[in-house]
Write a new protein. Structure first.
Length: 276
């Protein structure tokens, strides 16, 4: 999902400066999480929350908000101020989003993230919760303040909850798997797992897999279809619930697997050089 799409969606209601910072902190949070860098991800969630609180200030205050170079009021003060705003504002602005932001602050401040005294080190469970909360907040802002069509807004929202896999990297819409040891079957499952509900065309899958023999891709697609692991809607292939379970059980997703594979390949090259 391109940041420019979100910028266009929110730009009509939210100050441009805040939209830019929102996208920056949200992107950095997601990237840190999917690289397994949980402390930076959890720290970035706090910066994301600070930007969103300013957005809420702007929405209820006719564009007025705390300058980015000045500290915000306390979370309790901000929440009370938002709860006391006119009921003409949506409950998500007055109640729901502020309370979600409080939960983000609580994780950041009361664990071993923003303060060394915390009793729980950064971990995948906490970071997953923070990312899910940030995804939900972004989705709510898009639903409430989009300036694109309802269909485009929903597509943006759906894109927020697409799965992201460390062993896949995206280049302007081109997906590339990062583990050369994977079979074509595993790559197909991996690609469609990441694409989720949006799926992929046969042409896209062929481009992303870069297989010299396209018939091998067709064979694996046919097999996966016969196993009820993927579904064709007439235009795009999508992974099924069964396919998700198969992928999670048989395909390595984690970044450390990619790194360990790269290490193995380096060791093999060194061994070959020594033999020669």
């Amino acid at each position: 999902m391109a940041n420019e799409e979100i910028r266009n969606s929110l730009g009509g209601s939210i100050p441009a400066e805040l939209v830019t910072r929102l996208l920056q902190t949200y992107t950095e949070l997601r990237e840190a999480f999917y690289l397994g860098r949980f402390r930076p991800a959890e720290l970035e969630s706090g910066r994301f929350s600070e930007v969103v609180f300013r957005i809420l200030e702007a929405l209820i205050g006719n564009g007025s908000y705390t300058d980015l170079n000045r500290p915000l009021a306390s979370v309790d003060t901000l929440i009370q101020r938002l709860e006391g705003s006119p009921t003409s504002f949506h409950d998500s602005i007055r109640l729901h989003i502020p309370r979600v932001l409080r939960s983000i602050y609580n994780i950041r401040n009361r664990r071993d993230v923003g303060h060394i005294s915390g009793d729980v080190s950064p971990n995948v469970a906490d970071a997953s919760l923070l990312l899910a909360n940030a995804n939900w907040v972004m989705a709510e802002l898009i639903r409430l303040y989009h300036v694109v069509s309802p269909e485009e807004a929903q597509a943006l929202v759906d894109g927020l909850v697409e799965r992201r896999i460390p062993s896949i990297q995206e280049f302007e819409g081109f997906l590339r798997t990062l583990n050369p040891a994977l079979t074509i079957r595993q790559r197909l499952l991996l690609l469609l797992y990441q694409k989720g509900a949006s799926g992929a065309t046969r042409r896209e899958l062929g481009l992303w897999l870069r297989a010299k023999d396209s018939s091998s891709i067709s064979r694996e697609i046919t097999r996966l279809d016969s196993e009820d692991s993927i579904h064709f809607d007439g235009e795009r292939w999508q992974i099924t619930l069964r396919g998700i379970a198969v992928a999670e059980a048989t395909v390595p997703f984690e970044q450390d697997h990619v790194q360990s594979n790269a290490t193995t390949q380096r060791r093999k090259r060194v061994t070959r050089r020594r033999r020669t």
